[in-house]
Design a protein around this ligand. Sequence first.
Ligand SMILES: Nc1ncnc2c1ncn2[C@@H]1O[C@H](COP(=O)(O)OP(=O)(O)OP(=O)(O)O)[C@@H](O)[C@H]1O
Length: 661
Amino acid sequence: MRGRGWGRRVRAEGVERSARAEGAAPRRAVAEGVAAHAAEGATPHEVAGPGPSTSETSAAEPCGAAPSAHEPSAHEPSAAHTPSSGDPSTPHPPGLARPAARFLGAHRRDLVFLALWSLLEAGQTWLLGYALARALDDGFLAGENTTGIGWLAVAGGSVAVAAYGTGRVYRCVAALVEPARDALVRRVVRRALDAPDDAAVSRLTHQVEIARDTLAGLILVLRSFVFTAIGALAGLFVLAPELLLVVAPPLAAGLVLFAATLRPLARSQERFLAADETVSAELGRAVGGLRDIRAAGAERRVAAAAAGPVDAERAAAESVARWAGVRVLSVSVGGRLPILLLLVTAPWLLRQGVSPGVLAGALVYLTQSLLPALQALMEGLGTTGSRLFVVLRRLLAEPAATPPVRVTAPPDPYAIGLSQVTFGYGPQAEPVLNGIDLEVPAGAHLAVVGPSGSGKSTLTALIAGLLAPGGGEVRALADRVLVPQEAYVFSGTVRENLAYLCPRPPADTEILAAAERIGSAELTHRMGGLDAQADPAALSAGERQLLALTRAYLAPARLVLLDEAASELDPAAELRAERAFRGRPDTTLVVVAHRAGAAARADLVLDLDTAAGRLTHQAGSGSARPSPPPANSTPAAASSASSAASSAPVPVVRSDPALPL
Ligand SMILES: Nc1ncnc2c1ncn2[C@@H]1O[C@H](COP(=O)(O)OP(=O)(O)OP(=O)(O)O)[C@@H](O)[C@H]1O
């Protein structure tokens, strides 16, 4: 009986990697996939599958009168230019200027509408101070109450108009923010599929939402400050240009001071988020192993390991708080100092001919417009902006590429060549395979046998290139296909299921001939023919295996690895499928066998017998050591060469008999 658990996890990994290499097609279908592709690696774009459609890209309504057209790819913040190397867990922060420019360029239309609607707000700001000055100077102070009330009514009416503009502004902001969020989600998911890590969930939920909210907040405050400042400064200038002499210098000084805090604040927040992810990963690991930690009495050790990241997070939080303090100072200089200066210089201004109404209007500009807008800007840019900067850098960072497992071709006439291969699941783990030498001639049929847990699946995964050896070298033919025990059939037509691994669609006659040879023709017919929809849930495990075997048979792979791929078939059906592969031209067959007969039929048998504590070998079909076939031999020639050379002293399966596993 096949072991459950770890062995399955090996195969699950195989599925993942193959799926990544295959890109957009149904992922698990590649469970039987051409494993060689996994070794070739795939670009992030192949991994991600087809690009988003226009409708997927923009969830928000356009803010202008007509629907806005979004170019999907241009929306996507991309850090594809960022070089990546080294530790895959260490992402490379990209520059944000280029993706930001690309994003804004793709949303020019929304930005124009945003500016137009914001102008209404600027107009209202301007009118507020100006109308008050006029209401006082031309109205109430001149004894013209009706005029005064008239100006106040104008100011009041402008509020209603501006409110309408603000409503439209929100629509424009949504049209900018929602596509950005969608693009980020796509990117995070793509990256998680490409290089899974513990922080993926944090990125997908917490960080993407932070990015979305902060981007919206940032656009609102930036826009508000710019247009309020334009309105207020224009109003001050129109009322009395001297007012700008009093207001502009402290305002500029406050802005400069504030700008100086942006970078250090962003750095502190970046450190804080990094520490937050580390803490979350550390705690995630600890929680997952709570029972083991308790059983092993490792509570203190685990707590000590978590203490470092927690301290780092606290230090980063303190640094954020310090810089936030400096930011408060810049608000005082830029927003409150002008009010103070206006009051202090009031006598001088009056002497310059500035009227009391104008002074009151200026005060309104400063207290009701500039100060709140400045506070909102500093709050927004200082906290929200740095958060956005940090989060975007993390979200857009490319993970350093995991080097693909390199499986080079063996020298002729071999299909597989393992030399001193060692493998363990983890640096501290006992090796599953230790010092394996194995040479399999092209066209040969190798059976891998051994008790459950002896490393049969691990060996096939190494040959397939799904696992990298810890030591030694694995060489195998580049075109290979691995069929695991759990065959996968996906929702699609029978034809799609069978032809999935073929680079070009095979002719129906070819598919049906393959099904006939493997023994799935009757099943294919029963399912309704090649055009019928496959219902994976309606198929038995054996039927799924038949389809997967047919799929592998059709694949252009010269090395076929069957890891208990026919375990659910009866012996006769298993024999038929196996014979089909043996009769397939130019095919080297590796069968992980759980039935004694399967081993007896093979040219070569590799026995991973851990029970004896040794790796042993024996030759199948009574042949002890078949010699390698000639370089250009056919499989038939290879097997006959194997049988004929039963006494030839060329080792094809070697191991150090003294080497304990
Ligand atoms: N992903 C994994 N992580 C840790 N250990 C693993 C993993 N996969 C397999 N192992 C362990 O490696 C050893 C070999 O497993 P493998 O599946 O290669 O053996 P097998 O001979 O194919 O077993 P079976 O016949 O039961 O499938 C077992 O002890 C197994 O528990």
